[in-house]
Design a protein around this ligand. Structure first.
Ligand code: 0A1
Ligand code: ZN
Length: 853
C-alpha cells in the first residue's frame, strides 16, 4: 500500500515513447502451466520522442527465457515491473521468449483460462502479463500472431485481424491496422461458431462469427442480429465502415467486466451474448443489444482513433457510450432510453461524484488505472458529448465528427484534440466548456423566477461543491433546455436552449399573457442537480401536460420523492395529488407502456438516501425501506382495479418475442404484478410463475413471491429447473439476496455463500451474491452491521485472487459519510479491516484509501 502510494501516475508527466514499433510478431505456444511466448519487434527511434538509447519494456509475472537485440544477447535488468537494457539509438530487432502459466491466472488479466478455454484481457495493462512490451496506448503497431495448441482440446485458434494460414494445432493471424497492445486478443478452445455475414456500404463482404461453448450455439441469434444492426447504423449515422474481412465475438464465462473491444476479436462476458426466451429477460436482451453495439462502435472510437494515455480514457469511452445510447434510442424509444440512462447516471455517477471517489471525467492522477473505469468516465463522459452536441447542433456535431475521423485516423489522441475539432468545425470557443473534463463534482443549479407586467424572468445560480483535491471551481457552461407552458396545459414556448456560463445569470421572456409554468432542463440537458421551489400541484400539472417526455417523468419522480421524504421524516400519508396523477398516467393508453412502468416505479432506497442527505436529513435505511413498502401498498390499493385490468389486457397473445414493443408491454405488466401481488395474496404471481414460458415472466413472478414471503417453494422449483445454467443461476442467487427483508439479507447472503453452486472465483457469481447484498440498501445497512462485515470478509478473500473485481466492489462503502455515527463507524471499521489486510492489492489499497479519505 505504501509502495503503491508512491507510484501514482500523473497526466502532467506524459512523455512520448523513445521508439516507434514498426512491426510486432508473436508466437504463442499454449500450455496451461507453461505457455511460451516469443515476440519479435522491429524498433526504430521516435523522431518526436526523447532520445533513444535505452529500452524500457513493461512486464509482470513473466519468466524470461532469453532476450536478444539484432541477434546478440541483450544486457537486460529485470525488476518487478519490467526490464531495462541498453539499446541502439538506431533501428534494431528485439526478440525475447517468456513463459507464463495461464491456468494460475485467477485475476483474469493477461492470458488466462476459463472452462478449459484460453482467453485474454489486455485493457488496460494486461499485455505486460503476456510478454515484455511498451504497454501504453500511444505505442501502436501492426501485429502478426501464430498460435500453437493441442488440437484435441483447442481446435479453434483466434486472434485479431484476418486469418492467414492454419494447420492442425496451429493458426496464423494478421492485423494490418496499427494498434496499441491493450487491443490484443487471443482465444483458443473447443468452441462452436454461429456464423453470418455483412456486406458493407462499399460492398465488402465481412465474415461474422460468434464463438461459444458447444451447447450454447442456439443462444447467439439475437447478439448476431444486434451486431448487424450496429454495423449498418454506424455506416448510416457516422459514415463508419468496418475495416477487416472478419469480425469475431467470443463469449467467456469468467470475465471481470462486460466486454472488450479487441480489434476484430471482441471478447464478451457470456451474459452479454447468450440469450434465449427461456433463459434471458427483456432487460438481458436490451443489455446485449447495447453492449454489442458499444464494442462494435469502439472499432472507430477507440481502435482506429485511440487514447494517447489512460488519462484520456473518456475520449473513447464517453463517446462510445454516447454512440451506443443514440443507437439504442433509435432501435427502441428515445424517451424511455433517456429516462433509463438518467436513472443510471444518478444511481452510479451522482453517487460517485458526491462522495470521496469523486474525480474529473479526465482524471489527473491514478495509482491503478483499472480503478478508473468509472461511471464518471463512462456515463458523465457521455453526458459531456451530449451537451457538446446540444450546443453546436446536429450539423455542427456531424461536421466535427467527420473532421475528427479525417484528422485523427490512426492516431492516439487527447481531449484537447477532440475539443479542437469542434472548435475548428464550428468556430466555437470551448475553453470554458473544457471544465466539464477537468472539474469534478456535480454542479448544483438553482433557479428563482418572477413575473411582472407580462415579463417572465428566470434567475439561475450555479455552484459546484468542493470535491477531493478540488476545493474551488469555476462556473461551467450549462445548456438548459427550456419550454414554457400556459396554465391550460398548452405549450407557449417550445424547447429552447439557454446557455448558462456565469455563476449568476438571468433570462427574460417578455410577452407572457399569463404566468408560465417552466419545464426546465428538458431531456436532462445537463448532468446537474437542479433545485427550484415548486408545489405538488405544479408537479402534477407537469406530469399531466409536459410535452417533453423526460420532464413529464421527472415531475412524477419528484412528486414521489417528496411524498417518500415526508413519509420518512414526518410519517405523513401520501397526498391526493400524487395518487391521482399516477392514476391518470397509468390509465393513459396513449403513453408507451414502458414509460408508464417507469412512472409507476418508485425511486430506489439508495436514491432516497441521497435525496434526504441533500436536504440535510441523515437517512435511516430501515425507515426509507418501510416508507417505500407502505407507499407501494398504498398505490396498489388505490389503483388495484386499473392495475388488474392492465395486467389482464397486457397478456401476450402469441409466442414470446424480445422486440421492443412486446418488451415494453411486459414491463408495464410486470410493474402491475409487482403492485398487485401486495394485495392479492400472491395468486397472480403464483399463476404466472407456473405458466411462464419465458424468463422475463418467470423471474418477475419469482421476485414477487420472494418479496411476499420468501417464496421458498418457487425458489426451490426454479433451482431444480435451472441448476445447469450458469447465467440463470446467477439470477437465482441475486434475486434471493436482492429481495430479502432488511433483517434477513445478510443471513440470506451468508447462507448462499455456502451453497455448492457459489463459485466465488467467478466474477458474475460473486457479484450476484455480494454485490446483490450491497444493492439491497436496507439489508446492507441493517442495524448491527452484519452486512458490512460479510461484504468486507468476502472482499478480503477475493482480493488476492482477483484484485480488480474486489477493488471495484469496495465502492459499496463509498457512501459511508451519509449515515448516522453508528453506521459510519461500522463502515469505516470494515474499510480499515480491509486496509489492514496483509498483502492487499494495489487496486484495493487505492480504493479503500480514497474512500476513507
Ligand atoms: N473497454 C471496455 C471495457 C473494459 C475495461 C477495462 C477492462 O479491464 C480493466 C476490461 C474491459 C469497454 O468499454 O467495453
Ligand atoms: Zn467502452
Amino acid at each position: 500500500m505504501k509502495e503503491a502510494a508512491a507510484r501514482a501516475v500523473h497526466l502532467k508527466d506524459y512523455a512520448p515513447y523513445p521508439y516507434l514499433l514498426d512491426d510486432v510478431s508473436l508466437q504463442v505456444r499454449l500450455d496451461p502451466k507453461a505457455t511460451r511466448v516469443v515476440s519479435q519487434i522491429r524498433f526504430s527511434p521516435n523522431p518526436d520522442g526523447p532520445a533513444a538509447g535505452t529500452l524500457r519494456l513493461d512486464g509482470e509475472g513473466l519468466r524470461l527465457i532469453r532476450a536478444t537485440i539484432d541477434g546478440a544477447p541483450a544486457d537486460v535488468t529485470v525488476d518487478d515491473h519490467g526490464l531495462t537494457c541498453p539499446a541502439p539509438a538506431t533501428a534494431f530487432d528485439w526478440e525475447c521468449e517468456v513463459e507464463i502459466a495461464p491456468a494460475d491466472n485467477t485475476a483474469l488479466e493477461g492470458l488466462y483460462m476459463s472452462n478449459g478455454m484460453y482467453c485474454t484481457q489486455c485493457e488496460a495493462e494486461g499485455f505486460r502479463k503476456i510478454t515484455y512490451y511498451p504497454d501504453r496506448p500511444d505505442v501502436m503497431a501492426p501485429f502478426s500472431v501464430r498460435i500453437e495448441a493441442d488440437p484435441a482440446t483447442c481446435p479453434v485458434l483466434l486472434s485479431n485481424g484476418n486469418p492467414t494460414v492454419a494447420g492442425d494445432g496451429w493458426a496464423e493471424w494478421q492485423d494490418p491496422w496499427p494498434k496499441p497492445a491493450y487491443l490484443f486478443a487471443l482465444v483458443a478452445g473447443d468452441l462452436v461458431r454461429h456464423a453470418d455475414s455483412f456486406r458493407t456500404l462499399s460492398g465488402r463482404e465481412v465474415d461474422l462469427g460468434i464463438w461459444v461453448r458447444p451447447g450454447d450455439e442456439g443462444k447467439c441469434a439475437y447478439a448476431m442480429d444486434a451486431l448487424k444492426r450496429s454495423m449498418a447504423w454506424d455506416e448510416a449515422e457516422y459514415g463508419r465502415e468496418y475495416d477487416l474481412n472478419t469480425f469475431n465475438i467470443v463469449a467467456v464465462d469468467d470475465f471481470n467486466m462486460g466486454a472488450m473491444e479487441n480489434k476484430g476479436l471482441n471478447i464478451f462476458n457470456s451474459k452479454y451474448v447468450l440469450a434465449s426466451p427461456e433463459t434471458a429477460t427483456d432487460r438481458d436482451y436490451e443489455m446485449i443489444e447495447g453492449i454489442i453495439a458499444h464494442e462494435y462502435f469502439h472499432n472507430w472510437t477507440g481502435n482506429r482513433i485511440t487514447c494517447r494515455d489512460w488519462f484520456q480514457l473518456c475520449l473513447k469511452e464517453g463517446l462510445t457510450v454516447f454512440r451506443d445510447q443514440q443507437f439504442s434510442g433509435d432501435q427502441r424509444s428515445h424517451a424511455v432510453k433517456r429516462i433509463d440512462d438518467v436513472l443510471t447516471l444518478r444511481a452510479r455517477q451522482f453517487r460517485e461524484d458526491n462522495g470521496p471517489l469523486s474525480h474529473p471525467v479526465r482524471p489527473e492522477s491514478y495509482i491503478e488505472i483499472n480503478n478508473f473505469y468509472t461511471a464518471t468516465v463512462y456515463e458523465k463522459g457521455a453526458e459531456v458529448i451530449g451537451m457538446l452536441r446540444r450546443l453546436v447542433g446536429e450539423e455542427g456535431y456531424r461536421a466535427a465528427l467527420d473532421l475528427y475521423f479525417d484528422r485523427h485516423d490512426g492516431q492516439a489522441c487527447t481531449i484537447e484534440d477532440w475539443l479542437r475539432v469542434f472548435e475548428d468545425a464550428t468556430g466555437r470557443d470551448l475553453t470554458q466548456f473544457k471544465r466539464w473534463y477537468t472539474q469534478s463534482g456535480t454542479p448544483r443549479l438553482s433557479v428563482r423566477e418572477d413575473y411582472t407586467d407580462n415579463v417572465y424572468r428566470l434567475h439561475f445560480r450555479q455552484e459546484t461543491p468542493p470535491t477531493p483535491g478540488q476545493p474551488e471551481k469555476g462556473p461551467q457552461v450549462i445548456p438548459v433546455a427550456l419550454g414554457l407552458l400556459a396554465p391550460d396545459g398548452s405549450e407557449t414556448m417550445p424547447t429552447r436552449v439557454l446557455e448558462i456560463t456565469e455563476t449568476e445569470q438571468s433570462f427574460t421572456f417578455p410577452g407572457q399573457e399569463t404566468r408560465p409554468i417552466p419545464s426546465l432542463l428538458r431531456g436532462f440537458s445537463a448532468p446537474v442537480i437542479l433545485t427550484r421551489q415548486s408545489t405538488a400541484e405544479e408537479r402534477a400539472f407537469l406530469l399531466a401536460h409536459d410535452t417533453d417526455p423526460f420532464n413529464k417523468w421527472e415531475a412524477g419522480r419528484t412528486l414521489a420523492k417528496d411524498v417518500l421524504s415526508r413519509m420518512v421524516t414526518d410519517d405523513a400519508a401520501p397526498g391526493p395529488d400524487y395518487l391521482s396523477a399516477l392514476r391518470r398516467v397509468t390509465q393513459d393508453d396513449t403513453l408507451d407502456p414502458a414509460f408508464r412502468a417507469l412512472a409507476l416505479a418508485l425511486p430506489s432506497d439508495d436514491d432516497m438516501a441521497q435525496t434526504l442527505t441533500d436536504s440535510g436529513v441523515t437517512p435511516d435505511p430501515l425507515a426509507i425501506w418501510t416508507a417505500r413498502e407502505k407507499l407501494s401498498l398504498r398505490i396498489a390499493e388505490e389503483l388495484s382495479a386499473v392495475l388488474g385490468d392492465l395486467y389482464d389486457a397486457l397478456e401476450r397473445p402469441g409466442p414470446y418475442s424480445p422486440d421492443p414493443k412486446a418488451a415494453n408491454a411486459r414491463a408495464l405488466r410486470q410493474t402491475a404484478l409487482g403492485l398487485l401481488s401486495r394485495i392479492d395474496g400472491g395468486t397472480r404471481a403464483q399463476k404466472q410463475f407456473a405458466a411462464a414460458d419465458n424468463m422475463t415472466d418467470e423471474l418477475g413472478a419469482l421476485a414477487c413471491l420472494i418479496r411476499a414471503d420468501g417464496g421458498d417453494e418457487a425458489t426451490a422449483t426454479f433451482y431444480r429447473r435451472w441448476a445447469d445454467d450458469r447465467l440463470v443461476l446467477d439470477k437465482w442467487f441475486a434475486l434471493q439476496v436482492g429481495y430479502a427483508a432488511p433483517a434477513d439479507a445478510a443471513d440470506v447472503a451468508a447462507r448462499l455463500t455456502q451453497h455448492p453452486a457459489f463459485d466465488w472465483k467467478n466474477p458474475n457469481r460473486f457479484r450476484s451474491v455480494i454485490g446483490g447484498l450491497g444493492g439491497n440498501h436496507a439489508g446492507f445497512h441493517a442495524a448491527g452491521g452484519a452486512g458490512y462485515e460479510l461484504v468486507a470478509d468476502w472482499l478480503i478473500r477475493l482480493d488476492p485472487v482477483n484484485p480488480q473485481t474486489a477493488a471495484r466492489m469496495t465502492t459499496l462503502f463509498e457512501t459511508w459519510h451519509r449515515y448516522d455515527a453508528d453506521r459510519r463507524d461500522m463502515m469505516r471499521a470494515a474499510l480499515e479491516r480491509i486496509r489492514a489486510t496483509r498483502g492487499l492489492s494495489r487496486d484495493s489499497a487505492e480504493m479503500v484509501g480514497r474512500i476513507l479519505g
